[in-house]
Design a protein around this ligand. Sequence first.
Ligand SMILES: [Zn+2]
Length: 87
Amino acid sequence: MPTYAYRTTQEGERSGCERCRAPFEIVQSMKDAPLPSCPSCHGPVARVIGAPGICTSSTKSRVSDKNLKRHGFTKLVNEGGGKFRKI
Ligand SMILES: [Zn+2]
């Protein structure tokens, strides 16, 4: 059976308990509904999606035009007719 990681959805110092303040893992069947609350403190929890999901947004910001220049890259924009313009 797959293991799912959960973490409290409450923010701040007093969020959740010792168990759900850090992601904790629960073995669940794929047919089971997502866990709605922490088994210890019954506070609201949400499934933590693995690292690849978190990386998506940071990868996008890393390849913005501004960052390309900072890293010494030049972006060529296709203006049509085989012409490229440096930006
Ligand atoms: Zn808890």
